[in-house]
Design a protein around this ligand. Sequence first.
Ligand SMILES: Cc1cc2nc3c(=O)[nH]c(=O)nc-3n(C[C@H](O)[C@H](O)[C@H](O)COP(=O)(O)O)c2cc1C
Length: 210
Amino acid sequence: MELLDKLRWRYAAKAMNGEKVSQEKIDSIIEAASLAPTSSGLQPFEIMVITNQEIKEKIRAIGWNQSVITDCSHLLVFAAWDTYTAERINKMFDLTNEVRGFKNEGWENYRQMLLNNYPQKDAEVNFQHAARQAYIAFSQAIAAAAFEGVDSTPIEGFDADALDEILNLREKGLRSCVILPLGYRDADKDWLVNLKKVRKSKEDLVTIID
Ligand SMILES: Cc1cc2nc3c(=O)[nH]c(=O)nc-3n(C[C@H](O)[C@H](O)[C@H](O)COP(=O)(O)O)c2cc1C
């Protein structure tokens, strides 16, 4: 199957059957999320991987009672940095130098430019920027899941403050932005499974500028 066939197979599952997804597939999905591009390569987010059923129940209660939250195999929570700090920026730039084994003047000037700009900005502005990076990784995780034949449901329908409390995210300088149950569809219980995918026309989506 080509990538497009797998993306056509994917849909936002409304019911899952509780079957476990192999660790190998979960690892591939997380790796795909990690390989996502991010602004300045900062990867300003973390991913919680939840299999604990009691915690899933708590999250379902603040997640519009969506059954996939408890009937999935693994629940991914994408949590973005609550702001950019000098420490966080330096950590990623130092890691780059360490991994590549050299220091580069242009790169160090770029680090300084970020240090002179990001930490001084309003925390909410920084969080919104970080959250956008988390969504890119989230999207790659969704595509990777489809590639592995694993169903997923992108979910924004939850109380983010309550989820932050359940997972103690604020204490870690994180804020939840989006969650992704991974598992296998329960076709008999899912009203969406056989409905046609609806997408706007290419004319409405794309403007060609020659
Ligand atoms: C950021 C985001 C948040 C979403 N939140 C929910 C949600 O809370 N519950 C749900 O059932 N679907 C949710 N969806 C799924 C969308 O409704 C779905 O992707 C869209 O209708 C297109 O359908 P398809 O994914 O099946 O192709 C969300 C999708 C995205 C990208």
